[in-house]
Design a protein around this ligand. Structure first.
Ligand code: F6R
Length: 615
């Protein structure tokens, strides 16, 4: 949420900032802006509502010069998306500029104080308050900029990742974070890069420092970097080498990142299970579990936390853990859990699921669970992310960078890792017998090849999409393992095509949603041949009797549902526990094509942003 980029070094900053903003645009696209120091002395701020392309058009040929600068792409929190509320924000005297990701909770009190002291704030943002407040501290204390920033931040309540540029100090860039991610890239030739994540940095350097909470970094043109906490403790920077490849950040010939990511799923699932299941040895390995087996073997309950699509993956995991490891599971929206005064015990294992590893609600819920003594296991995609670092142990999904705002390959990678996790724990506990364990391992190993087979049918799905593209509503129904997939299918459709869609357990339909069924209502059924197949067939009949348009996802060779549904999509027969990895794929493709047909921005749907780092 909100993208931050910064540069200090010998090169021209503007092209680096613009390139970085384009790479970070998936974090927010309400407005974009940059600030540079021209002639190392004059602060030039350019900002524009809308996407980075608007900013570029606005700047035209008058490209800002200077070898230090900051850039921001906004996901609006305080104040609507417009030019004035766009970042960077200047202090009242116009010599410092600030970009910020997060929410300053006490901004109203600070605003009042500043207004009292004669500051004239022009925007509605909390960030402008921050810029003026840092300036006010500088003015009243005479402190040097890094100290003024630290002193100001002591008074600030809330979350921030920020970068400050001051025209009186053209050789320095100040960056600070609390609860919002910030990465510093250390390049050659005494140059520094700053990013909300590594994507704007990786083209220039693979050496990064992850700033921790309440740390303030001062980067100097001489190559010197100092980090102090806001409490003034000196921190020794720890440099990490990132493995991110530039190619993984490009569209690779696809029209959209979402489509590329859908088609990457055979690979991302394979990468996520590789080394964790070893069929020939008849073993699985999850070192994050094995290293803490004492805790897992005594777990009385598994508490799963996540948001959005990651929460849906958690619901699949509930069926998996209860079915295979026989441990009671509760799945919680991280955002609700943290405000509910929840009961967490020391014999609970908490599994936190997050693609970005930065979701503010999930992070806060993890901290709460840790404070109450639970062991927390993370399932994250972004290496080095806050959640990956703050959990006691974990298993990465190896989906590679997910740039499309709608999550696709991250979901299947999460489900794949969670499947291995549940199988592994079940097998070690003895609740999953050798034979079934081997069958599931072999089945899981075959999944990437079967996903390829489902993807081969993308053309048929595009054809079916035409029938539904004009709808205003849609209902997605599934039972058992397929209920979370129904929720995920509905979420995919609504977030990128803006069609109102509901996911429901199929059997719940008759308790209310059935009232919605008429000739104009498309109903997507997941009716694979599993334990609840016959029940779902009855639900299909109920919809058919009321004239609903039925699209059914069925097992290859199914004839019963085919005779009832208007359209069917086949998936290969697999074990019930593995089927979500296949049934979700047609849903993703369907949403993609419907959104395209409706003229929607597939990769950057309105109002959304990847990585929700605000509450
Ligand atoms: C939906 C989607 C979101 C995220 C949610 C959690 O397509 O992408 O619902 O799943 O914001 O994000 P992470 O997994 O990064 O914690």
């Amino acid at each position: 949420m909100c993208g931050i980029v910064g540069y200090l070094g010998p090169k021209q900053a503007y092209p680096i900032l613009i390139d970085g903003l384009k790479r970070l645009e998936y974090r927010g696209y309400d407005s974009a802006g940059i600030a540079t120091l021209e002639d190392k002395a004059t602060l030039r701020i350019e900002k524009k509502q809308g996407k980075v392309a608007n900013l570029e058009a606005h700047v035209g040929n008058e490209k800002p010069k200077g070898t230090v600068g900051i850039g921001h792409t906004r996901w609006a929190t305080h104040g609507p998306p417009n030019d004035i509320n766009a970042h960077p924000h200047a202090g009242g005297q116009g010599h410092l500029a600030v970009i910020h990701n997060g929410i300053i909770e006490n901004y109203e009190a600070l605003r009042e104080l500043l207004t009292h002291r004669g500051h004239n704030l022009v925007s509605e943002t909390d960030t402008e308050v921050l810029a003026h407040f840092i300036e006010e501290v500088q003015l009243t204390t005479g402190l040097d900029l890094p100290d003024a920033v630290r002193t100001a931040l002591k008074e600030v309540v809330g979350a921030y990742a920020l970068v400050v540029l001051d025209q009186r100090h053209p050789d320095r860039l100040i960056a600070a974070r609390k609860s919002s991610p910030l990465v510093i890239g250390v390049g050659q030739d005494n140059e520094f890069f700053v990013g909300s994540d590594a994507t704007p940095i990786v083209a220039y350097t693979k050496n990064v420092i992850y700033l921790e909470d309440e740390e303030v970094a001062t980067m100097h043109r001489s190559g010197e970097l100092t980090i102090r906490t806001i409490g003034d403790a000196v921190v020794t920077p720890e440099i990490h080498a990132i493995e991110l490849e530039m190619a993984s950040l490009e569209k690779a010939g696809y029209d959209h990142f979402m489509l590329k990511e859908i088609f990457e799923q055979p690979k991302s699932i394979r990468d996520s299970i590789r080394g964790r299941i070893r069929i020939h040895a008849g073993e699985s390995t999850v070192s994050g579990v094995d290293d803490h087996w004492e805790v897992w073997s005594q777990a009385k309950r598994i508490l799963i936390l996540g948001c959005g699509t990651s929460w849906h993956a958690g619901l699949v995991a509930e069926y998996l853990f209860e079915g295979l490891a026989r441990i009671p599971v509760e799945v919680e929206y991280a955002s609700e859990f943290r405000y509910r005064n929840p009961i967490v015990r020391s014999d609970d294992v908490v599994v936190a699921i997050s693609q970005s590893g930065e979701t503010a609600d999930t992070l806060a819920a993890i901290r709460l669970a840790k404070d109450q003594g639970a062991h927390v296991f993370g399932v994250c995609n972004v290496v080095g992310s806050s959640i990956a670092r703050e959990t006691h142990a974990g298993a990465y999904t190896h989906a590679g960078p997910e740039i499309g705002v709608a999550s696709t390959k991250a979901f299947t990678a999460q489900v794949a890792v969670l499947t291995v996790l549940a199988m592994h724990v079940g097998h070690r506990l003895g609740t999953l017998e050798d034979q079934q364990f081997m069958r599931l391992m072999t089945g899981l190993d075959n999944i990437p090849g079967l996903v390829e087979k489902v993807l081969d049918n993308a053309g048929i799905i595009e054809h079916i999409a035409k029938k539904f593209a004009g709808s205003d509503n849609a209902l997605y129904l599934g039972r058992g393992y397929q209920f979370p997939v129904a929720l995920e299918g509905a979420l995919k459709l609504k977030e990128i095509s803006y069609i109102h869609a509901e996911g429901y357990p199929a059997a719940e339909m008759k308790h209310g949603p059935i009232a919605l069924i008429d000739e104009a209502m498309p109903v997507v059924f997941i009716a694979t041949q599993d334990e609840v197949y016959e029940k779902v067939v009855s639900n299909i009949q109920e919809v058919k009797a009321r004239g609903g348009q039925i699209l059914a996802i069925v097992t290859e060779g199914d004839s019963k549902v085919r005779s009832l549904a208007d359209h069917v999509l086949e998936i290969p027969k697999v074990d019930d526990a593995l089927a979500p990895l296949l049934t979700v794929i047609p849903m993703q493709i369907l949403s993609y094509h419907i959104a395209l047909m409706r003229g929607c921005d597939v990769d950057q749907p309105r109002n959304l942003a990847k990585s929700v780092t605000v509450e």
